[in-house]
Design a protein around this ligand. Structure first.
Ligand SMILES: [Cu+2]
Length: 431
């Protein structure tokens, strides 16, 4: 059996464990996790990363941005299995300094950069995680940023190092966010190859779908998992993103006379584990203890990670209202290890909620004819402090049994007659 085949098999097996709800208990200790079967599916509207309110606005000049990394809480579309109330999740995110339309400044995933070929942009990145320890268990026994130079295996309490990287970008080395270019809040401590915090992106490459994410040494997986990732869409004179573009691609038109229309939809798929209280959970795995040797320090890094709740554009198992027409999707696998074979298939007729619950679908599309009246995308990431009383779950009232998924009411949610995006398999990796 070659290595590739071995990885395929083991990846499939561990993925199946988690999706089926059977977990290797030893890995998670006594932590009570949120049961994926307790969560409603396909009720959270899918945010569109190209909604104008989710696109970064330049903050200085026409080509400059100031983007910070900060800690906050956000609704990822999870609900308390007991009473249906939305759960808030402490996350990290990227964000600009200004509030936009009352939406939070920082979001998970981060807002979208829309850049143009051969038009360079400058981003002043800041690390605003002042006073924060890491949200997740840091393995201090591996080669990592280790800002305090602590002895191997010592617990880590901060300060948190970050460094952003534009994935797929043709970027000058000093702005490429290599793993040893990190810095802590206020640039108090910097990595051994730190150069600067104002990054230059030349954009001298073909139009395409890029993404940006954290890249700090030895904790990239954790920082991305905490929320530090977002889209970077590069356009050119052919792929303008405007209605009537030379390629004839479906495009968005927020100022369409009949109301805004969104026919171009970036989609980032990420798998997560959550505690029963809605906190991000990342397992630890002590190495095997061989007799005669002292137990190794925990936590130690996992070879792979598979979450059992699928989050798409920052919302768990969302739904997208679509018209019977062509759409343009840009797909990004933002998971750690989970593989994805994107595909569209018709939603089974009948009771879609029940049929889809056990499927591998990550996103459902609900058809509306002839025109989607309310565009689902503007619902953006929920604010940090409010609990919406009009969320799909709470609108249906409390669920009587803890494990019963909260279903959308028939009145509020027309029956699903569309398509689903299914996932699993193939390969992804964070660079
Ligand atoms: Cu990358």
């Amino acid at each position: 059996m070659n290595r590739r085949r071995f990885l395929q098999l083991t990846g499939t097996v561990s993925g199946a464990w988690l999706v089926g709800g059977v977990r290797p208990r030893s890995a998670f200790g006594s932590t009570r996790l949120l049961d994926p079967l307790s969560q409603p599916r396909f009720v959270n509207p899918l945010p569109n990363p190209l909604d104008p309110r989710l696109i970064y606005a330049p903050t200085f000049g026409s080509d400059g941005y100031t983007i910070g990394v900060s800690a906050f809480s956000q609704s990822l579309g999870l609900y308390d299995p007991e009473d249906g109330a939305p759960l808030m999740t402490p996350v990290w995110g990227y964000g600009g300094p200004a509030q936009q339309d009352g939406l939070p400044a920082a979001t998970d995933p981060g807002r979208t950069f829309v850049a143009y070929r051969d038009v360079p942009v400058t981003v002043q990145w800041t690390n605003d995680l002042f006073g924060a320890a890491h949200l997740l268990p840091v393995d201090t026994t591996v080669h990592w940023a280790n800002p305090l130079g602590a002895p191997l295996g010592d617990p880590f309490g901060g300060p948190v190092p970050v460094v952003p990287h534009l994935h797929g970008g043709h970027t000058e080395s000093d702005s490429d966010g290599l793993p040893e270019y990190w810095w802590t809040p206020g640039e108090a401590i910097t990595g051994p190859r730190f150069v600067k915090t104002s990054y230059f992106y030349g954009n001298d490459q073909p139009a395409g779908t890029l993404w940006y994410h954290d890249h700090a040494l030895g904790i990239t997986r954790l920082n991305v998992y905490a929320g530090l990732a977002g889209f970077y869409i590069l356009r050119d004179q052919m792929d303008t993103g405007m209605p009537g573009n030379p390629l004839g691609l479906p495009a968005n038109d927020p100022s369409h006379p009949g109301g805004p229309v969104f026919y171009e939809v970036p989609i980032v798929i990420q798998d997560r584990l959550f505690t029963a209280a809605g906190q991000l959970f990342y397992p630890t795995e002590p190495d095997e203890v061989e007799s005669g040797f002292p137990p190794p320090p925990a936590p130690s890094a996992l070879p792979e990670f598979f979450g059992d709740i699928i989050v798409v554009n920052g919302q768990a198992w969302p739904v997208l209202d679509v018209e019977p027409r062509k759409y343009r999707f840009r797909l990004l696998n933002g998971s750690d290890s989970r593989s994805t074979t994107p595909g569209l298939r018709p939603t089974p007729a009948g009771s879609p909620a029940r049929a889809l619950r056990s499927s591998s679908s990550v996103l459902t599309m609900r058809s509306c004819r002839p025109r989607c009246r309310s565009i689902s995308s503007p619902s953006a990431p929920a604010s940090a402090t409010t609990r919406s009383s009009t969320s799909p779950a709470s609108r249906d009232g409390p669920s009587s049994r803890g494990t019963t998924p909260v279903r959308p009411s028939r009145k509020a949610r027309p029956s699903i007659r569309g398509a689903t995006v299914s996932s699993w398999r193939s390969a992804s990796a964070l660079s």
